[in-house]
Design a protein around this ligand. Structure first.
Ligand SMILES: [Zn+2]
Length: 104
């Protein structure tokens, strides 16, 4: 008798995605985990390709980088607003954009 999963395919993908993010997994390991899930249930529940996994979680939203002062945590603005290579926070700290990118 074959076990019937009580979670949806998307929920399986979501659990693997959580592991992927939390443990900085490679896509090769993601594929192996997906194959393992299929093996446990004895049938092909999930697509096991990296391409499908990426498509499920591909973001349609544009991402923005926001900068905060490393000394006082005051919001400095969104990256695209910075036309100079540095900015001075109200607390007096000079913040270099290249350093802010590394810290954020
Ligand atoms: Zn500051």
């Amino acid at each position: 008798m074959r076990a019937v999963p009580s979670v949806t395919r998307f929920e399986f993908f979501l659990m693997v995605y959580h592991l992927f993010l939390r443990h900085n997994m490679t896509y090769a390991l993601v594929e192996d985990v997906l194959k393992l899930i299929n093996c446990i249930f004895g049938c092909r529940i999930l697509e096991t390709s990296e391409y499908i996994f990426r498509k499920v979680f591909e973001s349609k939203c544009k991402t923005y980088t926001h900068f905060y002062c490393p000394s006082c945590d005051m919001y400095l603005g969104e990256k695209s607003q910075f036309t100079n290579t540095s900015a001075t926070c109200a607390c007096g700290t000079e913040c270099k954009v290249s350093k802010l990118v590394d810290n954020n």
